[in-house]
Design a protein around this ligand. Structure first.
Ligand code: GLN
Length: 542
């Protein structure tokens, strides 16, 4: 039978609750305790798939094709597990299913209420993760901050879980923020006391408090929080801002959190086994020569929009014992071949995206990469951009396009699949999740992966149009990855270029700090050989 750890957040959002959850999963797993993780998101959208990155950052895609909160990316990267659709629950899903049951008459004329109907549905979904995963511990993160209106049914549901599952099987962890007052050089505990009071009002007494702050908490602060919040002293844990997020599991391990959890939940833990992770973090923190990568997108002001891409670049650079320096290039501000910003980078990456805005600038970046022989890596939309750019070169016209951007294009080199035509609904209707891709021997893709078949995650509607395959192949495009039936081009690369490759899938979702993705490793490997125009041959340390 699984046990549960529920994690709530207090005081303010963005204090690293997702990273804390991922880190707790990591340290438990390193002790031989199996874990699964779930995120409960209080907003009313059914999934974040239809939300703008301005609202919610990147949409993370699981292997079974769920469009989820980016916190699931942290969980997978830190813990090294693959999650499913069941791991991201939103209020939208919960209410839709309760209302669907009501419409079917399943409640036999009863009055449908938040307690018990909505809370029962939430608990059913929490338990489903336990059933599917059979994990020793299911860690459940409640999104938002205690006190939010939307979060109430979730907090009520997790309160009931302690009674339902038994006191020894449920643990509550509250992540708070301690503001630092510079004038007196003090960390303040009052907001934490208030948010714990708010939790208790609902009936949840935290067992552990993680105190995020820019400074280590002193003994006196610990005593105060322990006294006012009624939490054991050893369970008041300092979560000081660290240089890299991958250090957080080590901070929690060294603070003795596993011992506390194991004792409270009556579990057995093996000896800690984080040596490789520790070495990885040390390597990450050591000064290294940077590789400069230009990331061309329309949301570059918003770093969370490309979270997994940023992490995958960092993992791959580490594999070359380099740091990555990302130049965020707004695709709407790029000038083309003469662009100074493009001349300052060693590789260009064009990540996924939707809609016409910013497309022309991305095409200019791809042209720059092709003509100047700068390594180029296109992810999904970035592959479309690479194909459109070469198409425009081959057919000598700007009419070459994807039908996503020009529905009437005379040269639709990227087009919808027949089965996607006429699909009107926006939510969950794309080609989503893992599909196999067969690699063509002798190509960069096959060499880089070193295997014949790969499984990668998709999230798109548009595809390479085979009607244009022959002229594009004659012009230098190599279809180096194909669906097993040969119908879909999954990877394109350019002949006679050091490294120009686009993939129809999102490899960034499978990169881990300790298992960097081969394509990213290949891309950084090619980029590090590029000399920046006018720069000294030896780059400064960062
Ligand atoms: N907009 C493109 C499509 O729907 C690419 C999507 C993406 O980059 N994820 O096919």
């Amino acid at each position: 039978m699984s046990k549960y750890i529920f994690i709530t957040g207090g005081v303010v959002s963005s204090v690293g609750k997702g990273i804390s959850v991922a880190s707790i999963g990591k340290i438990l797993k390193s002790r031989g305790i199996s874990v699964s993780v779930q995120k409960l998101d209080p907003y009313l959208n059914v999934d974040p798939g239809t939300m703008s990155p301005f609202q919610h950052g990147e949409v993370f895609v699981t292997q079974d094709g769920a469009e989820t909160d980016l916190d699931l990316g942290h969980y997978e990267r830190f813990i090294g597990i693959e999650l499913t659709q069941a791991s991201n629950v939103t209020s939208g899903q919960v209410y839709s299913s309760v209302i669907a049951h009501e419409r079917r008459g399943d409640f036999l004329g009863g009055t449908i209420q938040v307690v018990p109907h909505v809370t029962n549905e939430i608990k059913r979904r929490i338990r489903r993760v336990a059933e599917i995963s059979q994990a020793d511990i299911v860690i459940v993160e409640v999104g938002g901050t205690v006190g939010d209106i939307e979060g109430q049914p979730f907090l009520e549901a997790i309160r009931q879980m302690r009674k339902d599952e038994g006191r020894d099987n449920v643990l509550y962890i509250h992540v708070t923020f301690l503001p630092h007052i510079a004038a007196t050089d003090e960390l303040k505990t009052k907001p934490t006391q208030h948010s714990v009071n708010e939790l208790r009002r609902i009936g949840v007494q935290p067992d552990v408090i993680l105190c995020r702050g820019d400074k280590e908490i002193s003994g006196a602060i610990r005593d105060k929080i322990s006294l006012f919040c009624d939490v054991d002293k050893e369970a008041v844990i300092s979560l000081v801002t660290s240089e890299t997020i991958y250090e957080v599991p080590l901070l929690l391990e060294d603070a003795g959190l596993v011992e506390f959890i194991v004792r409270r939940l009556g579990l057995r833990a093996e000896r800690s086994n984080l040596e490789e992770w520790r070495a990885m973090v040390a390597k990450l923190k050591a000064p290294k020569e940077p590789v400069t990568i230009g990331l061309v997108g329309k949301y570059v002001g918003l770093r969370d929009a490309y979270y997994s891409v940023r992490e995958a670049l960092c993992h791959a650079a580490l594999a070359h014992n380099r740091a990555v320096k990302i130049e965020w290039l707004d695709s709407e501000q790029l000038d083309g071949m003469a662009d100074d910003k493009l001349r300052q980078v060693q590789g260009i990456i064009v990540p996924g995206g939707f809609g016409y805005r910013g497309i022309e600038g991305m095409i200019k970046a791809a042209q720059f990469a092709r003509k100047r022989e700068i390594p180029y890596f296109g992810l999904c939309l970035g592959m479309h951009i690479m194909v459109i750019e070469l198409g425009r070169h081959v057919f000598h016209t700007d009419k070459v396009n994807s039908t996503e951007f020009d529905a009437a294009s005379a040269y639709p080199v990227i087009d919808l699949l027949p089965e996607q035509r006429g699909v009107e609904e926006k939510g969950g209707t794309m080609r989503l999740g893992t599909y196999p891709c067969q690699l063509v021997a002798g190509t960069i893709a096959a060499r880089t992966y070193g295997v014949q078949v790969v499984y990668e995650r998709h999230r798109h509607r548009y595809e390479f149009n085979n009607d244009f395959r022959q002229p594009l192949e004659e012009a230098g495009i190599v279809a180096s990855g194909l669906s097993p039936d040969g119908r879909l081009v999954e990877i394109t690369e350019l002949r006679d270029h050091p490294w120009m490759l686009g993939c129809q899938f999102h490899p960034e979702f499978k990169s881990r700090p300790d298992f960097p993705h081969p394509l990213f490793v290949g891309f950084i490997g090619a980029a590090k050989e590029t000399l920046i125009e006018g720069a000294q041959t030896s780059l400064p340390l960062n």
